[in-house]
Write a protein that binds this ligand. Structure first.
Ligand code: NAP
Length: 303
């Protein structure tokens, strides 16, 4: 039974992130009605007790809070505002929570359209990847009215751990996520450049990392991702093609604010060179390949 603490939830988008996130909601006792463009992906949720919706509008009409996590800005516009979209089904007083990473400007446009129907919106992008989605330990960055945030907090607590309400305006959650991506890629470049210098100077790179990881240079990237570079492990934790989508959003948002972000623009171009070498599906640690080509060295241990 839906309660004040556990409103009935509509869930749109059962991809790498959405499937485990919606399963965590079910496991936490939320009543769920799900919709996915490719219907077969709904099966595991239906078997676990969710109901099936026929469209995003249907999912919205049958729930008090409707969540989406799809792809890019046009995908959110489609499920929210397109034919049989959320806006067509949502009830006055309902809440739409978009957890995709998209443009803050598009987020605000969608929120305005929902507001005309008497519904509220939250933008609530996440970080933590598929592992965080499965474990229910995502970081969730939320923009939008407090009233909606309070209503949705029990949902967020079932999907994540570090939940921050950035402020009352829509788009603020998306900006926080874009700040996160900016800091991540510059940490990644710092890690790759220090490995480049060490490799070119002929250092024992493991000793170099052991020496610098615990000091002022220490970072999540050095601790968790640098060892993958030395191992020549290019499997994606986070894929370059997806990171490039996020950097496009960062650079577009910065352009709208008339803000130069020279470091981020540089990483965006270096990643493009890795994509041009057909490695867009590799993990972001493959950024080292761009530096290896520029500097004529190899960072990974020889097999
Ligand atoms: P994904 O595995 O590709 O799943 C995307 C989902 O959205 C699928 O269910 C897909 O439906 C649906 N979808 C896409 N475009 C649609 C459209 N126009 N209309 C209807 N449904 C549509 O992607 P993901 O990795 O779960 O990522 C989802 C979002 O989370 C993205 O915004 C991404 O940036 C963000 N994110 C991802 C990660 C990560 O590590 N993967 C981490 C943080 C944030 P189909 O099944 O029909 O294709």
């Amino acid at each position: 039974m839906a309660t004040k603490e556990k409103p009935k939830v509509g869930f749109i988008g059962l991809g790498i992130m959405g499937a485990p996130m919606s399963m965590n909601l079910l496991n936490a006792g939320f009543e769920l009605v799900v919709w996915n463009r490719t219907a077969s992906k709904m099966e595991p949720l239906l078997e676990a007790g969710a109901e099936a919706a026929g469209s995003p509008a249907d999912a919205a009409a049958r729930s008090e809070v409707v969540v989406s996590i799809v792809g890019d800005s046009p995908d959110v516009e489609q499920v929210a505002l397109g034919e049989n979209g959320v806006v067509d089904g949502i009830q006055a007083g309902g809440v739409y929570v978009d957890m995709s990473t998209i443009s803050p400007a598009v987020t605000r446009r969608v929120a305005e359209r929902l507001s005309a129907k008497g519904a509220l919106m939250l933008d609530a992008p996440v970080s933590g990847g598929d592992i965080g989605a499965q474990a229910g330990t995502l970081s969730i960055m939320v923009g939008g009215p407090s009233e909606a945030f309070q209503k949705c907090l029990p949902l967020f607590e079932a999907m994540g751990k570090n939940i921050v309400h950035a402020g009352e305006e829509n788009g603020l959650g998306q900006y926080v996520k874009l700040c996160n991506q900016t800091a991540c890629v510059l940490n990644l470049l710092a890690m790759c450049e220090s490995i480049s210098l060490g490799a070119k100077a002929g250092l024992d790179l493991e000793k170099m990392l052991a020496a610098i990881t615990k000091g002022a240079a220490g970072s999540w990237m050095l601790t968790n991702v640098a060892p993958k570079v030395l191992d020549g492990d290019w499997e994606p934790g986070f894929m370059i093609d997806l990171q490039q989508k996020d950097l496009r959003l960062v650079l577009e948002a910065a352009a709208e604010l008339n803000l130069p972000l020279p470091g981020t623009a540089l990483v965006n171009q270096l990643f493009r060179s890795v994509q041009a070498a057909d490695m867009g599906k590799k993990g972001t640690q493959a950024l080292i390949h761009a530096l290896e080509r520029l500097g004529h060295f190899k960072a990974a241990r020889e097999e």
